[in-house]
Design a protein around this ligand. Structure first.
Ligand SMILES: [Zn+2]
Length: 425
């Protein structure tokens, strides 16, 4: 009995001491990455549904608002693919998301086209290139899969230049382009529509003889789509300085009505970290006033974060430290800390806490990188880290970034490390 009681006390202590709740984190990731949120993009207002979900959670933890609610609205342009998405090569229909991606900035297109194959060697010869491009008028260009390592640095630069012309320049006379690849399909989002469509198609060597392309793609472009950041705060003991914790909640949405990009790791997992921290600090009064921001439109080019720093709801100069959580769902190989080299003292402390508490496998240092929302604050001289987890699954910006396969391996230790770090700032 005595042993059992001690065990029970130990379990309760370990459970409550950091307030971290893995089942709550799992629930958030499952919810936000489910089809109900349409990939948190701009098809079926997925971004708004996610924003409302987060706002409700903020309210549940009693976070305070800066205005009449948690929303900071802003507008952005965005290209979307809400309905038709069909690609048939010769007689074989390809599966959206699995076999191919349409470039996020592609316009609508419908019809049957013959093809002109443009090899990489032909691209590198200016005369052949212009002759081939002229001959491709009204047809589809097919660019074979190639390995950049087989080309020199100068050749690679030239290939990139030609590919940019083919994809983005209105003077390309072709009706569209197929880029064949043996690599992973990685999608993105676009605020612009280009004049010609490009499809990236996964293909085997034996499948390179494509004579006919049949397509049906519908896009919908918004030049004034209203999106939003969700902002709340918790009063601390000291109101002179602010701690700011942020994560983007948007993802790529849908590519046609069938291909869903769930964005479990990117970045439902970061939102799970943010909401867990909000939950924790709602019952453990923080040292400083602590602001929680879920940013919109990160995938479109850090647009929500840019809007925030241009229209700040707080004095940016009062921010003692900001942490951006983007991709928090693994941790098998530890974490990477962007700006670790810039704020080396802070970074060293993070490493020390991690070692003292025996938490993560490693805390890796990195310099500046403008690869997520923290960058907008960094450019305004706000001290900040961007932290992401390393190892585990490789799904990224694809249909495989699902909650079912996101392990949240080190989530609890990662959470513990962050709270210990924040508490001594
Ligand atoms: Zn992200």
């Amino acid at each position: 009995m005595k042993i059992r009681l001690t065990l029970l006390v130990l379990i309760l202590l370990s459970y409550s001491s950091f307030g971290q709740d893995l089942s709550y984190a799992k629930e958030i990731v499952e919810q936000l990455a489910s089809p109900d949120f349409y990939g948190r993009g701009y098809v079926a207002k997925g971004d708004k549904l996610a924003a409302e979900y987060i706002s409700n959670e903020f309210e549940g933890f009693g976070l305070q608002t800066f205005g009449k609610n948690y929303f900071q609205k802003f507008k952005t342009s965005v290209n979307t693919f809400p309905s038709n998405m069909k690609l048939v090569l010769n007689d074989e229909e390809k599966i959206a998301g699995t076999d191919y991606l349409v470039h996020a900035g592609s316009p609508a297109i419908k019809g049957k086209f013959s093809t002109v194959r443009l090899s990489i060697d032909e691209m590198l010869d200016p005369n052949t290139l212009s002759q081939k491009l002229r001959s491709a008028a009204g047809q589809f260009l097919v660019i074979p899969a190639y390995d950049p390592k087989e080309f020199s640095k100068e050749q690679q630069d030239r290939i990139t230049e030609v590919l940019n012309f083919i994809q983005y320049h209105p003077d390309n006379p072709a009706a569209g382009t197929l880029l064949l690849t043996k690599g992973k399909l990685t999608w993105s989002a676009s605020t612009t529509v280009y004049s010609k469509p490009t499809f990236t198609v996964k293909i085997n060597d034996s499948q390179q003889g494509i004579q006919e392309v049949s397509v049906d793609v519908t896009n919908k472009y918004f030049d004034q789509y209203q999106s939003q950041n969700i902002v709340g705060y918790i009063d601390g003991q000291n109101t002179d300085s602010l701690i700011v914790l942020v994560a983007h909640y948007d993802h790529l949405g849908m590519m046609g009505s069938a291909a869903l990009f769930p964005g479990a790791n990117d970045n439902a997992s970061g939102v799970a970290m943010l909401l867990n921290l909000a939950k924790y600090y709602s019952t453990n009064k923080p040292k400083y006033n602590t602001v929680f921001i879920a940013f919109g439109a990160e995938e479109l080019g850090l647009i929500g974060a840019k809007y925030f720093v241009d229209h700040p709801l707080i004095e940016l100069s009062k921010i003692k430290f900001l942490i951006n959580f983007d991709i928090s769902g693994t941790g098998d190989d530890g974490i990477q800390v962007v700006n670790g080299k810039v704020y080396k003292d802070r970074f060293d402390r993070l490493v020390e806490i991690n070692a003292e508490q025996e938490l993560l496998k490693q805390v890796k240092i990195r310099g500046e990188a403008c690869n997520s929302d923290h960058c907008m604050f960094h450019m305004k001289k706000v001290p900040c880290f961007f932290i992401y987890t390393l190892g585990g699954i490789q799904a990224y910006h694809d249909i495989y970034d699902k909650s079912e396969t996101l392990p949240l391996t080190e989530f609890e230790d990662y959470f513990k490390l962050i709270t210990l770090f924040v508490d001594e700032l």
